[in-house]
Design a binder for this molecule. Structure first.
Ligand code: GLC
Ligand code: CA
Length: 557
């Protein structure tokens, strides 16, 4: 049986910045409902909604203080139920985002754990005694500083792999696991169609909590990423919750290899349906440092993505495909060209990704070619990771200019500016003051403009989604890279039964002459253009003159 999530395109909504309906400057559930027809027009099959549960919003909802309610800033449960109903009416599924590696320290469990050290909730978290007046070990937090926070007036610490306000849960505790499964079942019973599981491969920690002898900036990681009981926990969660529904689960997984991804997503293992692997998003890190820029080499990017296509697909796993999300810069600014060739390169990126094998994810605004906002000052930024990083690096004496260059390129806020709906004030996102500044280019780049212009990025994405619906080759066909040499062109084929599609894309603004050398492709003589980002691309596919960012899908026979 074909799984629905293999044929669907998923659209990620970051509700805070999607659409505000009550003028408080924060996007809300009613705003999502208002735009369902727009999303239906685009053609997406599912929405992944980042956390909307009650939260102090230190990490924009990834610090949950109550798993079974809706934060007032977004609306209430009735509105959520309405959203479910309205989405389902339009054949759009809803994927919730849940964070079970940690909770906010405002969560009832954590407060109880502190208030009454004998309460059962104490063991829901990871409390350890310090060693010689120091932290229990030398692990560092992903958001900077130690991963341990001292409880004032005691020698006890709790683990937080992220902000001190995000306390890690103790998955060793069976009662805690039961609570998590019951909570997930509650949402499934309500009718949601699946979950995106936040940093899910961090939930099993090495119970020795060893010191990390290696002095890496990510000290401790090897003791909690893909930890000792991870498969057991995934299998249990699957059995207790997801096996009972026709659901989709997608795990956010850091530091994984194709082999690990296969183990997590192989159907017979009964763990997760898909994972997000981040490996291709490091192609512009210099020596592994996210904040120091290195120009992307197509060879690297194509190589990583091809490795994942080859390994995962051949071994029964399933890939999720994405250029961006709420933690990443805007795709067109990072991998394309956000000036002269913004539309061309945004379409090219869309084509390349959507023609790969796996489930594509569109991050809100990508379908209209939104760009990084290029904020000038640190005050324009809001993200906890960005702010911490700034402070840390200023303290260590790095010149501000250099820090700001990194932030402008890599800050998570690049993706978090409000959606540009039209050319009216605040891009039509809010009638009030937006919680975060809107990008200055909203007058030219917005949904209204895109819908008016038949040649827009929006309609290109719409076509890509339609193609997937109508051609099984996109979902089920084999992927093969036909050239791993070119420095500017990514050319691959898809094959299914006797069909063959060829996808050829120029990743740069320089024109390039490209000659196909692949034997199997040259055995085919006729071609038909399925889609191109130029109106007048030629059917001749053996020798192609590719214009800036030109990207063509041919069907060969
Ligand atoms: C994930 C989320 C990110 C969040 C972090 C901690 O990486 O995508 O936004 O800050 O987990 O929950
Ligand atoms: Ca609002």
């Amino acid at each position: 049986m074909g799984k629905w999530w293999k044929k669907a395109v998923v659209y990620q909504i970051y509700p805070k910045s999607f659409k505000d309906t009550n003028g408080d400057g924060i996007g809300d559930i009613l705003g999502i409902i208002e735009k369902l027809d727009y999303l239906k027009e685009l053609g997406v099959g599912a929405l992944w909604i980042t956390p909307i549960y009650p939260s102090p919003q230190k990490d924009n909802g990834y610090d949950i203080s109550d798993y079974q309610d809706i934060d007032k800033i977004f609306g209430d449960m009735d509105e959520f139920d309405k959203l479910l109903e309205e989405a389902h009416k339009r054949d759009i599924k809803i994927i919730m985002d849940v964070v079970v590696n940690h909770t906010s320290t405002d969560h009832r469990w954590f407060k109880e754990a502190i208030r009454d050290p004998k309460s059962k909730y104490k063991d829901y978290y990871i409390f350890k005694k310090g060693k010689d007046n120091n932290e229990p070990n030398n692990w560092v937090s992903m958001f900077g500083g130690s991963a341990w926070e001292n409880l004032p007036g005691s020698d006890e610490y709790y683990l937080h792999l992220f902000d001190p306000s995000q306390a890690d849960l103790n998955w060793e505790n069976g009662d805690l696991r039961r609570e998590i499964y019951d909570m997930a079942s509650y949402w499934m019973e309500k009718g949601v169609d699946g979950f995106r599981l936040d940093v899910i491969n961090l939930i099993s920690k090495d119970q020795e909590f060893p010191m990390d002898e290696e002095d890496a900036p990510t000290r401790g990681k090897k003791f909690y990423v893909n930890g000792p009981r991870i498969h057991e926990f995934f299998k249990e969660m699957n059995k207790e919750v997801f096996s009972k529904y026709d659901s989709a689960t997608v795990g956010e997984t850091m530091s994984i290899t194709p082999q690990i991804a296969i183990d997590y997503t192989k159907p017979e293992n009964k763990e997760l349906d898909m994972v997000f692997a981040m490996n291709h998003l490091k192609a512009d890190y210099l020596n592994g440092d996210k904040w120091t820029y290195k120009p992307i080499e197509l060879k690297d990017l194509r190589g990583i993505m091809t490795l994942w296509q080859d390994e995962v697909n051949k071994n029964g796993g399933w890939n999720s495909l994405f250029w961006s999300n709420h933690d990443q810069p805007r795709a067109v600014s990072r991998f394309g060209n956000d000036n002269e060739y913004r539309e061309k390169s945004a379409k090219m990126l869309g084509t390349v990704l959507h023609m790969l094998r796996g489930t594509p994810y569109i991050y809100q605004g990508e379908e209209i070619g939104m760009t990084n906002p290029d904020f000038e000052k640190i005050e324009d930024y809001n993200d906890i990771e960005t702010i911490n990083l700034y402070k840390e690096r200023i303290k260590s004496g790095i010149p501000e200019e250099k820090i700001m260059d990194g932030i402008r390129r890599q800050s998570r806020d690049n993706a978090r500016t409000p959606i540009q709906w039209d050319s009216s004030e605040n891009g039509g996102f809010t009638k009030g003051k937006p919680w975060m500044n809107i990008s200055k280019n909203y007058k030219e780049i917005n949904v209204e403009e895109n819908l008016k212009n038949k040649d827009s990025v929006f309609y290109h994405y719409k076509k890509l989604i339609e193609l997937r619906r109508n051609h099984d080759i996109i979902t089920y066909g084999e992927y093969r890279l036909i050239d791993d040499e070119s420095n500017n062109v990514w050319a691959y084929i898809r094959k299914y039964k006797d069909e063959m599609w060829l996808v050829v894309s120029n990743f740069f603004k320089e024109e390039v002459s490209y000659t196909i050398k692949d034997k199997e492709v040259l055995e085919r003589h006729k071609s038909k253009i399925i889609l191109s980002n130029y109106e007048d691309s030629k059917e001749e596919f053996r020798n192609i003159k590719l214009r800036p960012y030109e990207s063509i899908i041919y069907s060969l026979s």
